[in-house]
Design a protein around this ligand. Structure first.
Ligand code: PLP
Length: 439
């Protein structure tokens, strides 16, 4: 009997024994192509020699130094590398252990910034429905996924939720993309005005929605308009790129493609590429200066922030991406991947939409293509498909539909950046067999 408390108490999981490039291998020797990088984590695959060597070297040299007493070379150098790539005025990096912690830190920094700036009434956070920002209480409150929040709602801070920019489901037939984007962004201004502009501290959004919608980018112009609205009312823009950042969309940061920069940016997953648990929150010089020249102390911290082995691993991940030009590669192989998904599944009777960017793709499954009616969540289509694909030796990340029928079942594909063209064929044929088996 196992003494591990698993997330799904009644699941019977195989034991992962080793990793080999894009594959995970279980203890029986069965190989699984990691088509979703776990949950968009393993961007370099599972056996990158440079990263594992960096971890060993750092462990030999220095495993831990508390940030209350020391800074370290890997943390300093990784921060420099990130800021060299970061958009806009992002200038400081706060290292944490994962995505939820990055979002918690961002929410608290936004609040502290306004207090330092003499605007303590700014306490409202606005986020979007059908978003996921993590499982700790602050991040869970920010997320708009009703099912995840339900039983904890008495413990959650009050957050307003506006619509996401979800063209497939929400654009009217007679509406242009630009008009739809403007309408979706207008919800933010309306909500700021409803709450009172001097009461709102920040707006939080994923540039490409991951875990709740399956790789949904905003339509062109939406985020430019969001940026304008935030600036007009002194509301901070926090972008959550925990899933879509670090090269996943074919740009180092997903917001690069939208032509905007946030005031605070959250990253994790691809930062450590699964080799170490690490996340980060980046903020502008202005925000940092407000804290530095005010109380001089960010009222937030965890024991493992800036962990030397984690930052050494992430430094090696970034170096590997640069030396092997992996981000241009994501754009190039991503285009081939998209074409293969469209040609194999684009006309499938139960595939409503295929959308994404780079190597971040979502497949929306529907009961009927013409009417776009989702499957009844009781049929557990996404989960059954995950299982059928897993039996075929393909890992893909399922997203069940919501019980209110507003969002249907999805499948997320986020393969490693080192995926080859023959492996694209492997993914499409395994997924094709899984679809045949379930639908
Ligand atoms: N934000 C986004 C957009 C995510 O997709 C996730 C995890 O899936 C998180 C935050 C939470 O990250 P973590 O699971 O590392 O705490």
């Amino acid at each position: 009997m196992s003494h591990v408390f698993p997330r799904h108490c009644h699941s019977d999981l195989p034991r992962a024994a080793s990793g080999d490039g894009c594959y995970l291998i279980d203890q029986t020797g069965k190989r699984y192509f990691d088509g979703s990088g776990g949950a968009a984590v393993s961007c370099l695959g599972h056996s990158n020699a440079r990263v594992t060597q960096a971890i060993k070297d750092q462990a030999d040299q220095l495993a831990f130094a508390h940030t209350g007493f020391f800074t370290t070379d890997p943390a300093e150098e990784l921060a420099d590398m990130l800021i060299a790539e970061a958009p806009g005025d992002l200038d400081r990096v706060y290292f944490v252990s994962g995505g939820s912690e990055a979002v918690e830190a961002a929410i608290k920094l936004a609040r502290q910034y306004h207090i330092e700036n003499g605007q303590p009434k700014r306490r409202h956070l606005i986020a979007r429905r059908q978003s996921y920002h993590g499982n700790t209480l602050g991040a869970l409150a920010a997320g708009g996924n009703a099912w995840r929040r339900a039983q904890f709602s008495p413990l959650l801070i009050d957050v307003s939720h506006i619509s996401p920019c979800y063209e497939y489901a929400e654009r009217h037939d007679d509406e242009t993309l630009a008009a739809y984007g403007a309408r979706a962004a207008q919800e933010l201004e309306d909500e700021i005005l409803r709450l009172g502009p001097d009461q709102v501290m920040a707006f939080l959004a994923e540039p490409v929605v991951g875990a709740t919608l399956g790789a949904v980018p905003a339509v062109e112009g939406y985020f430019a308009r969001i940026r304008e609205i935030c600036d007009r009312y002194g509301v901070l823009l926090i972008l959550d790129e925990v899933m879509c950042g670090m090269g996943r969309t074919g740009h180092m940061f997903a917001c690069d493609a939208d032509g905007i920069a946030p005031d605070i940016l959250c990253i994790a997953k691809g930062l450590g590429a699964g080799y170490q648990p690490i996340g980060a929150m980046l903020c502008t010089r202005g925000i940092y200066d407000a804290v530095a020249s005010g109380t001089g102390f960010f009222q937030h911290g965890h024991t493992y922030l800036g962990h030397p082995i984690a930052t050494a691993a992430a430094r090696a991940v970034l170096q590997e991406m640069k030396d092997n030009a992996l981000i241009p590669r994501v754009r190039q192989i991503g285009a081939t991947f998209e074409a293969a998904l469209q040609s194999h599944f684009g006309q499938h009777a139960h595939v409503g939409d295929i959308r994404g960017r780079g190597l971040f793709w979502g497949i929306e499954l529907v009961a009927e293509r013409e009417t776009r009616i989702p499957f009844d969540p009781a049929h557990r289509v996404a989960n059954r498909l995950k299982k059928a694909a897993f039996n075929e030796g393909l890992i893909c990340y399922p997203m069940p539909g919501t019980r209110d029928g507003k969002v249907g079942d999805h499948l997320l594909l986020a393969p490693p950046f080192i995926m080859t063209e023959p492996q694209i064929d492997e993914v499409t044929s395994k997924l094709g067999r899984a679809l045949d088996c379930v639908l």
